[in-house]
Every structure is written in structure tokens, then in C-alpha cells.
Ligand binder design. Sequence first.
Ligand code: PLP
Length: 397
Amino acid sequence: MTDPAPVRPEIVVDLAAVRHNLTTLADLVAPAAAMAVVKADAYGHGMVEVARVAREVGLTWVGVATLPEALALRAAGDTGRLLGWIGMPQDDWDAAVAADIDVAAYTPETLAVIAQAAARVGRTARVHLKIDTGLSRGGATARDWPALVAAAAVHQTAGHLQVVGVWSHLVAADEPENPVNAVQRARFVEAVALAEAAGLELEVRHLANSAAGILQPDLRFDLVRFGIASYGLDPAPGQWDGALPGGARLHPAMSLRAPLILTKEIDTGEGVSYGHLWRAEQPTRLGLVPLGYGDGIPRHASNTAEVRVAGRRRPMRGKVCMDQFVVELGPAGTEQSDPVSVGDEVVLFDDGRTGAPTVDDWAAAAGTINYEIVTRIGGRAVRRFVDSERAAEEVRG
Ligand SMILES: *Cc1c(COP(=O)(O)O)cnc(C)c1O
């Protein structure tokens, strides 16, 4: 990295990487459309900024989970098609309909709430009906689907809402060989047919997330909801070599770096951090990194993860604390051959091109998935946006 060493922990988000990923994914799935999924603050990357990039590269669709997220995007100036798929009874549905947000309905009760809101604000609400094709999470089961479709048709005739989409979500998109994919596809196609037979004219049928959008072309339908791949992270580790048709690759957009704030030596037999999970077997040089589980560093990665300091990977030693963790720099007496100083840059993860750990390395160390690592990073670390293609920089706390 050519940036000067950070003076405090920072999350660096390269918007050029997001731009590359979104354009690459949109090209991949065309003529289906690509939706940029920016829920949970864009998986920790910055919802408003990522949505702005999505619009810049020409994406019609942006998606979030909750209605407050969608309203926050509107407040930030986003005016494009925006789907929020989790509604709660106490949500401000009037505001959502008034703000021209596409909403989802899983039950006739929610349809009634949406229709009433639309009547109050004097608009026609756009609705995506969700069929539960097997995840048993949101959506109407096949048994409940005819009633949902019938209720939607009644509200539509009354002019309060327009059903524009039918959608569902996959169980095992990251396992293309799993037979549940074909089961879900068949159930989805049947639900779409029932909706169309009831007179609903659908603009978009959508089932696929990142993994399916990339690995299972027959699940793309009209629209693919790209979350994790938008951020350049692998939606299906181990299932493919990361090369898209044509050879393009995704670019990880997030790096996490911090200054080293202390170096010291400890004697043989001394233990490190709470509980002395690790003990020095020889006189050892240690470094202190000012990030902890309060900033989203997974405690499950204790004593396992690595970071890069002064050009080398170094192992974490002992438990991750709330605000800090310790790394082993090397045996005592090696300062001359391997100089490391306070203020040096510590790279927890980046895009991996220079040998630093990646988000996937951290996920493996913590026994979780890359999604959870980036989404939880935050706390006191400051997010900084860069654009490696355009040089302009913007800072946000
Ligand atoms: C989060 C989410 C997505 C995006 O999933 P990725 O695997 O990150 O691409 C798509 N659809 C729904 C319903 C989601 O909740």
C-alpha cells in the first residue's frame, strides 16, 4: 500500500472496486438486471456511498432489508428504484409509499397495511409478493400463496397497489450441486404462473443472490440481487476459481488497517492476554494493535488470525480483547534483521494482492463467513473512502 501508515484504525473502502464489481456483475447477468444490495450499511462498506456508485454505473435497482434503511437512502438523495424487503408492523408505511419505495408483502395482512398507507398518501404502492420456496423464512408457502395472490389482485383492482414482482430467496445458492436449487426453481416458476394466471402483470421475477447469479444462470430470471459479490468477496468459497466468464475477477473493496502502538519483549514462559491462552516459548517481541471485538474483530479468531506488519505476516497471540490484541513480531533479538516500530502500518486484511490476509482468511480463522466479518467491522474504526481510479478522497467518521 502506498498510503502513509494510518494514525488510527481505519476501514478503507475503494469505490473503484465497487464500481468494477457492479459493472462486471451487470454485464455478466444481462439481459437480466443487477440489483446492488446495500443493507446493513452495505455490508459495512457505507450504504449511501455504495448506492451512489450503483446509480452512477447505471443500475436501475438498489435493495435494502428494512424500510428505515430505504428511507435513509431517500433522505440521502437516492431517487431510483429501491426495494426494501423487510416490513414490520410498526414501520412508517405511509412514508415508505410516499417515498416511492418498492415494498414486499408476505401476507394478506401486510397487503392491507400497504393498501391503507397508499390510500392515505394518495399513491399507488409498488409491491413484490414473496413466495417461500423452501427457506422457511419470509414469504408465503405454496399453501398460502393463492390467498396472497387473490388479496393482491383485489387491492390492485381498487387502485391502491400494483404488484410489480414475485420473488423468493435460495437455501443453498452457494452449492450449485444441491438438489434444493431445482426444487426451489420449480416452486418459483409455479408461483409466478399462478400470479400471472390471476392477472398480475409482473415487471420482475427474482430469485438469485450473488452465488446463484454467478454460478447458476438458470436462476437469474429478470433480476439478480447482488450483495456480497458487489463488495468483491467470494459468495461461494471452494465452489469455483473466482474467474468469471471472460476471465474477469471481483475486487475486494474493503481494507482494514491500524497503527502499531507499542512494541516490547517478554521472557520465556510469560503469557499473553486474558487467560494466557498463549505463552512465549522463547524471549519474544510483541506488538500491540488498537482494534478489538468492540470494533468487530472476531474474538473467535483469537490466537489464530494473522496480520501483516512491516512486509510480513505475523500471528496473533492470545485472546482478542475489547479494544486491542497482541501480535508476535518474532524472537527477541531480531530487531536488526526485521525492524518493526511503533507507528508502522498493521494490515488486518486487504484485497490480498500484496500478501496480507484477506477477509476470507479472517472468516476461516473465526469459523464464520466473509459476510459476517465485513458487516461487523466498525466500532471506533473510521471509514475512509478512496477511489483508486479517480484519486478523489472523502472522509467520514
Ligand atoms: C442479503 C440478501 C441478498 C444478497 O445476498 P448475497 O448472498 O450477499 O448476494 C439477496 N436477497 C435477500 C433476500 C437478502 O436478504
